[in-house]
Design a protein around this ligand. Sequence first.
Ligand code: ATP
Length: 251
Amino acid sequence: MTLESIISVRNLHVSYRDRKVLKGINLDIYKNRITAIMGPSGCGKSTLLRCMNRMIDLSEGARVGGKVLYRGENIYSPKIDPAQIRFRIGMVFQKPNPFPKSIFENVAFGPRINGYKGDLSALVEQSLQRAGLWDEVKDRLHENAYMLSGGQQQRLCIARALALEPEVLLLDEPCSALDPISTMHVEELIRQLKERLTIVIVTHNIQQAARVADYTAFLLQGELVEFGETSRMFTVPKDKRTEDFITGRFG
Ligand SMILES: Nc1ncnc2c1ncn2[C@@H]1O[C@H](COP(=O)(O)OP(=O)(O)OP(=O)(O)O)[C@@H](O)[C@H]1O
């Protein structure tokens, strides 16, 4: 099966004021695959993820050099509208952050402000189905989203992102605030979602990368140490530092 690169990171450098946090990253994200970005705390995982849909623009003091190509086009080119990029490349954050609105409104909000012309109720149902939450919430769509458990809130945030029908979904440690059962639900969901979209997941959890990702990128102090198929990297790492990390010798 041929691999199609949907995002290509080329010689990416990021500094926060004078501090360099990414130092020349080159990486391809393949279509309909799950790619994990793993590494110890502070190595630059979230920064790399945020560069992939220009969320980094919202980080004060961040300077970006190099390119991120999305379908061959540099998303840092002046002619690109970052809002459009963020519609195509959605994001879910570490802590579930539903809006203080009903479950229905959380999912309907984005498409509505984006001028969605179709059947909004059907879109909400489909998005909740795809996020594996529909059966749990179908009878309480007009309750406040804050009534849901943490794991349900995170799946609601995934449904909210899916309602915009993105091509790529960026997940920044989506399970770090969840218990093991909710984590299992979200991981199962991620595996199902790759049928229709491309997923990049940041995790400092080695086991999680091994469980869900087809490809893994290992980052250390702002440098990409190793990238490749997860099954290969976890059995025959090419770099001693990768081996030390996955065997728990540091990080
Ligand atoms: N807005 C910011 N301003 C200044 N420094 C920042 C900013 N955001 C992140 N940093 C710093 O940049 C470095 C990389 O941060 P980043 O959040 O990308 O790492 P990470 O690998 O995702 O870490 P963690 O696993 O702890 O979330 C860290 O040293 C962090 O303190």
